[in-house]
Design a protein around this ligand. Sequence first.
Ligand code: ATP
Ligand code: MG
Length: 426
Amino acid sequence: MAKIKAIRGMNDILPDQTPVWQYLEAQVKAVLRGYGYSEVRMPMVEQTDLFKRSIGEVTDIVEKEMYTFEDRNGDSLTLRPEGTASCVRACEEHGLIFNQSQRLWYMGPMFRHERPQKGRYRQFHQIGVETFGMQGPDIDAELIIMTARLWRQLGLEQSVTLHLNTLGSAEARARFKADLVAYLSTRRDQLDEDSQRRLETNPLRILDSKEARTQELLNDAPHFHDYLDDESRQHFERLCALLDRAGIKYQINARLVRGLDYYCKTVFEWVTDQLGAQGTVCAGGRYDGLVEQLGGRATPAVGFAMGVERLILLLETLDAVPADVRQQVDVYAMAMGDEAFARMLVLVEQLRDETGLRVQLHCGGGSFKSQMKKADKSGADYALILGDDELQRGVVALKPLRSGEEQVLVEMTSLVDKMSGLSAAE
Ligand code: ATP
Ligand code: MG
């Protein structure tokens, strides 16, 4: 019978990969903890209308990327394509937004029906951060400074650049949009096919078209920053000043518009040139209108999401994963014979109790040679060996596997002491 395979674009993350994921997640969590952010966990499925109303009907996501289905009650449900809408829904539903400020994060899978390629999958993972109730550029700056710290922590700071823009107020955007459409409509035949379609549906998206010809055409188009309202201009200038003070470098990129409808004022992306076309590893911005759009009271909000797969690809491309991350055990314990095994089973429990070492006990028997092979493959620094001979003498053989040092015999009664010394010395 033909074997059933995973769905295209939905990846298994296998045991040789999960240590890198855990490393990245732990680093992110530590940074978030350092800034006082709290975790929130939302369901992976929501009513389809939530995404239609927030992301926008004429965006790529809603037009062609959502996994939407009818459940048994006939309700239209969608696998979440992103986290912001769900997060706003959850916070509104539980009264976490009105009259208070929030700093939140979440992580988990998102689903988009895109063409799978390197750095682009149908189930992918985001770590998202959302803040509510703070209207000034202070919090925008904090979010950016926090991500910059993460890049430093991960050794990625030389490989990512910050692109920054402001989308102004809804009114400013509308005035700009009208003039942009007027300008481009007279040059319609020079636009690429996608951009022609967007001229009717979502003209601002034309600004981040990847077509060189379209980009050229835009050089003489109306310039958004000429339309900016005073409040947004001041907000943006203050943000830039704060980033300057904090020593954060950025490029102002007037063509950065982001793919979702709900953004206003600040938008930013951290981009790398190491991953080909899928170079954005973290993206976000301000969405002051979204809470109200979803039925709540007007609430300022700003957030971002990181693409976990892309960050992992980047870590691996740069060889920036610390060597010990993939090491899962410190000690590999093996025993030859039933009685020796029973003794070892108790010894390794003691070791785990008292030293904090990660100890893998060989199970399944086999010759000394085959057990040694497993010990080597485990990545452990030490093997502990107990055979009949050692058992009778009340000792265990401790064999360094990496340092080239000689094997020594240790009294069983002093094994914990001896091994504690080893783990402390590391
Ligand atoms: P792109 O322009 O690459 O399609 P996007 O603007 O659609 O990105 P967002 O919705 O802003 O992406 O999501 C935030 C981040 O999530 C992206 O910057 C990226 O790192 C990651 N991401 C988005 N879509 C995918 C995907 N299909 N596969 C893997 N990562 C993704
Ligand atoms: Mg996309």
